[in-house]
Write a protein of this length. Sequence first.
Length: 345
Amino acid sequence: MPIQIVRNDITRMRVDAIVNAANESLLGGGGVDGAIHKAAGPELLKECRTLGGCRTGDAKLTRGYNLPCKYVIHTVGPVWREGSARESSLLYSCYWCSLRLAAQQGCESVAFPLISAGAYGCPKEKALQVAMRAIGDFLMKSDMLVYIVVYDRESYHLSGKLFADVSQFVDDRYVEEHTDFRREQIRMTAAAPMPTAAYNEYASFSADGFLEECECAPQASLSLEDALNQIDESFSQMVLRLIDEKGMKDSTCYKRANIDRKHFSKIRGDVFYKPKKTTAVAIAIALELTLDQTRDLLMKAGLALSRSSKFDIIIEYCLLHGIYDIHQVNQLLFDFDQVTLGVGA
Ligand code: APR
């Protein structure tokens, strides 16, 4: 199942379990620890007192009490010491142990804050990178919906250094597109009479057979029945063909696309399945298609990449720069307030 990055207060997440960035005493503190204890009520602390603390990198489970979740999983991240004291492996272990506990409890959805990214001083980019790696590894073998909850519009960008580069790329194309579009609008309104003239001109061409040679021209002489018999492969057929050509398993494709098995079965089960753009693009990323191949795939679903949408321009950037890690693409989309790829969309 997939990973979704959301902007929220973790104490409001309606999931089976939320994870608390606690300290080894498990007796509460500030930051997300303080917020969770405050929202859960005094019973939470009472139960925590019975747990006898928790080692860094490990996790322990309690009930959720007044929170809108069944369980709270308390994990203790490492204090960041410039990466010199196995912090990354301890942080990885926080996510792994928390997910293992959640799976043992039969949880289907879990929400994490960015462990150690606050008082414990871990750089946000690093904290997110370890989180994505650990959660991604765990979800290769398990079906669970995992949220990474970013608390507010903090002064950092999840996508880190990439953000500036993509920002420039978007500005260049987005402005260009809108300038062209404006120029085009002016030209059209000042243009010659309406398409009738243009159409008559087209009709006269086709009359003397000129257009018949143009493979791009609509085959006026083709009957509807012939045209329907020449129908191209569908979106689903192209996806399944590419999976076979790349020697992939279905499960590898949909996990890389950050979509769940149920959703992918619709693609496999329906030749004429029409995906949403986020699904079609997620699959293109999972299959590591080029920009042109992606355009072909989208066209099978009646979709296209345009330059009048930041989402499309960011996808174009990723494809041109070989960024095929769906979670990295989603961090970029998240930073630009765009809809993210995959999940059950
Ligand atoms: N919802 C989601 N995320 C939150 C919330 C919230 N309500 N409050 C804070 N965060 C984010 C912070 O912005 C940060 O990115 O959680 C991340 C972790 O920050 P901390 O809570 O400071 O946790 P951590 O860095 O792991 O330090 C743990 O701080 O609160 C004490 O008792 C805790 O000693 C422990 C230490």
